[in-house]
Design a protein around this ligand. Structure first.
Ligand SMILES: Nc1nc2c(ncn2[C@@H]2O[C@H](COP(=O)(O)OP(=O)(O)OP(=O)(O)O)[C@@H](O)[C@H]2O)c(=O)[nH]1
Ligand SMILES: [Mg+2]
Length: 421
């Protein structure tokens, strides 16, 4: 059953505001707004929000007693049938809150995993999501007791592993092992493809960044493709590779990847590591940023720290401040880790020429125009160049063969003796 066919669940969002200096791990108006988007994406209707000011959540049932009572009243009054918590819950917290309120309880991670489950299309994506779901659920089975059959419907229970989730722990462990093996197999296959691409000498740029920043829209613009792009979180799940045409004829590809979000479930990062390595191994990262979002700086920080966690070793990162058509003007040098930055609008095309210029310079093997003169005694060398390089112009003169070609550094070092002007 997919999202559209299901009756919307009526959800109350719950969180603890700790007043932390670092907004990434706190529950604030902004994170509630994001959780609301996630809930909407998963097909729930948000009917209420309940945030308690507190140093940290309670071990037993997350909220303190008074707040729990308030929550129980709200559930009845609003006719809610789902509670979504902004922090990861333990199995016993889930059970306690469910016992107290009589409705289903999930947390942010389960919600994100659920959205991923409904988005997964490729075999690899499906395996990765199921693995993450199983690994996440395994330590929580204790709290859930024998009530696993409750995993029969609704947000947090769907996905490729739906029926398997109803089995016992040992069964789940075996399933995890089998999936890990399958994943290794798929990864081997992908490594082969990647090696082949490397042998073709293709240079790679990868689009990375917070979800909904406009990565896929930009990819479509740059390559004239038609990848699904939409105003929803995690529109893209499987990485997509497209050839990218550069002005000097270099062989290049661009990779679109899954978006980042704060508090991304750790199991999900682990499961998606191999996919994200595709990005990590690119020659250049295009870090796409929604410059129209008031939360821009937090988004940049979240993406930067995830990239670091993934061991991204791209020599160069270009910060692409997107949505310039609706964003306030950029400050002269916005904060973030990057070697260059550009302001663009993937929607209107503004700034894309500049982006391509910067990208071409950053990608290895940039070619430049060289003028050459081969005396006729060296015409064999001229012919060999013809076979391998892009020749822009050629003229047979009294002095010899005049040529204008595009050459990268290594070609240039071989031919510079014949350079003129
Ligand atoms: N106004 C404006 N909207 C844009 C621009 N670029 C993208 N969008 C919109 O932003 C939304 C998200 O775009 P996507 O390309 O799907 O974003 P993404 O980064 O691929 O998102 P995920 O795949 O979910 O990580 C869509 O509604 C786009 O139409 C832009 O330059 N200007
Ligand atoms: Mg996308």
């Amino acid at each position: 059953m997919n999202i559209e066919e299901r009756q919307a669940e009526r959800a109350i969002l719950c969180g603890v505001h700790r007043d932390l200096p670092d907004p990434v791990n706190d529950t604030t108006d902004e994170t509630v707004a994001e959780l609301r988007e996630l809930a909407k994406t998963a097909g729930a209707e948000v009917v209420g929000v309940m945030v308690q000011n507190k140093d940290h959540p309670e071990t037993a049932a997350y909220f303190g007693e008074g707040k729990l009572e308030e929550l129980r009243a709200a559930v009845a009054e609003l006719g809610a049938d789902l509670l979504i918590f902004d922090d990861e819950l333990t199995g016993s917290q889930i059970r306690n809150i469910e016992d107290l309120t009589g409705v289903r309880v999930i947390d942010r991670s389960t919600l994100i995993l659920d959205i991923f489950a409904s988005r997964a299309r490729s075999k690899e994506g499906k395996i990765q999501v199921e693995l993450a779901q199983l690994r996440y659920n395994l330590p929580r089975l204790v709290g859930l007791g024998t009530e696993l059959s409750r995993l029969g419907g609704g947000i947090g229970t769907r996905g490729p592993g739906e029926t398997k989730l109803e089995s016992d722990r040992r069964h789940i462990r075996r399933r995890i092992e089998a999936l890990e093996e399958q994943l290794r197999e798929v990864e081997r296959h992908r490594d082969l493809l990647r090696n082949r691409r490397d042998k073709d000498g293709a240079v790679t740029a990868a689009l990375v960044g917070y979800t909904n920043a406009g990565k896929s829209t930009l990819m479509n613009r740059l390559t004239g493709s038609n990848i699904f792009a939409a105003d929803m979180l995690f529109a893209t799940l499987d990485p997509t590779v497209r050839p990218l045409e550069l002005s000097d004829g270099r062989n290049a590809v661009i990779v679109d990847t899954v978006g980042f979000i704060r508090k991304l479930p750790h199991h999900l990062i682990k499961a998606f590591r191999s996919t994200l390595e595709e990005a990590a191994e690119a020659d250049v990262l295009l870090h796409v940023i929604d410059a129209s979002d008031p939360e821009m700086q937090t988004h940049i920080a979240v993406a930067d720290s995830l990239l670091e966690e993934l061991g991204c070793k791209a020599a160069r990162t270009i910060a692409v401040f997107n949505k310039s058509d609706i964003a306030p003007p950029l400050s002269p040098r916005p904060r973030g880790r990057y070697t260059d930055y550009v302001s663009v609008s993937a929607a209107t095309g503004e700034g894309l020429d500049r982006l391509l210029e910067v990208l071409e310079d950053a990608l290895p093997g940039k070619k430049r125009e060289v003028s050459l003169l081969f005396p006729y005694s060296d015409s064999g060398d001229a012919a060999r160049l013809h076979a391998t390089e892009v020749v822009l112009e050629e003229e047979y003169t009294n002095l010899g063969i005049k040529m204008r070609i595009l050459a990268d550094e290594s070609v240039y070092s071989r031919i510079k003796n014949w350079e003129i002007q």
